[in-house]
Design a protein around this ligand. Structure first.
Ligand SMILES: C[S@@+](CC[C@H](N)C(=O)[O-])C[C@H]1O[C@@H](n2cnc3c(N)ncnc32)[C@H](O)[C@@H]1O
Length: 273
């Protein structure tokens, strides 16, 4: 099997993995409840860093069940969400109907999107657990650039890649367990563990993840013709990655034993020239 064939096989497995989790996440994501209650779903950081979206067109890549897409729609953006999981898109469309919001959802692999969609957007947005599913960061960055109008911005909010290198022991002590730098082959995670959002749900399929260093992300975007406007790092995360993480508000999780010692989240904004 060639490398490209292995990548495709890993992507197919991931699609099945996400299809099986979409409805679980509609039940377990606190963002769904927040949307239903008319409360804020988006983080204060992205609201500040993206800025006013009223009347702007926004393309959300890897939108999953559409919670963030619909939250941006509520802020006045004209939104299009894209995901390769048909079940995720079906859930997003159902939520859109239930909430009475306007949004276009497209069922597509990010890598196939240029053959399906021809328009350009003011904002391309991706957030919270997107990079590890991407087999080719250069192709992804060229697609981000392809969908931006001149002067348009790309915004990313993502867990810090250093976290992929670490594991936590029962005492909350972190150690280096995996390479930080990119490996050509995806890492396979076996079925049988608990889902990240609903630990009581046993995941039935294996999944494959790619690791990308922070420099890979920045250089891919620069290589695709975008100008970096900022890159920020934060000491909290949007989910409880390690059991020892603590949270005061059930939304921002910190490593109590390592206060301000490690970046847990990064954001970046880049502009198409
Ligand atoms: C963690 S979720 C995205 C984050 C979203 N903010 C959330 O937490 O609901 C990852 C999403 O990426 C999608 N995905 C993974 N690889 C993809 C690809 N190549 N093209 C399109 N969607 C993809 C999955 O189907 C899944 O819905």
């Amino acid at each position: 099997m060639t490398g490209a064939e292995r990548h495709r096989e890993a992507e197919d497995a991931n699609r099945l993995w996400w299809d099986n989790l979409a409805r679980v996440h509609v039940r377990s994501y606190k963002e769904v409840q927040l949307l239903r209650e008319g409360k804020e779903v988006l983080d204060e950081i992205e609201l500040r860093e993206v800025g006013d979206v009223r009347g702007k067109s926004l393309l959300h890549l890897q939108c999953h069940v559409g919670t963030d897409t619909l939250a941006w729609a509520r802020k006045g953006a004209i939104v299009t969400g894209v995901d390769f999981s048909a079940e995720s898109i079906a859930c997003a469309e159902q939520l859109r109907g239930e909430l009475g919001l306007k949004a276009t959802f497209i069922h597509s692999n990010v890598y196939d999107l240029p053959s399906l969609l021809s328009m350009e957007f003011d904002i391309v947005y991706a957030s919270r657990g997107v990079l590890c599913w991407l087999r080719d960061l250069h192709e992804w960055a060229s697609i981000v650039s392809r969908f931006l109008c001149p002067g348009g911005i790309f915004y990313l909010l993502e867990s810090h890649p250093i976290l992929c290198a670490l594991e936590e022991d029962v005492h909350g002590v972190l150690s280096f367990a995996n390479p930080y730098f990119h490996l050509t082959e995806a890492t396979r995670w076996e079925a049988g563990g608990g889902d990240y959002s609903d630990p009581s749900h046993t995941v039935e399929h294996p999944s494959y993840e790619w690791t990308w260093a922070l420099s890979d992300v920045v250089n891919a975007l620069i290589g695709a013709g975008l100008g970096l406007q900022f890159l920020n790092e934060y000491d909290h995360l949007f989910f409880k990655l390690f059991p020892g993480m603590v949270s005061e508000d059930d939304r921002h999780y910190r490593l109590a034993q390592y206060p301000r010692m490690l970046p847990l989240l990064f954001t970046l904004r880049a502009q198409k020239r």
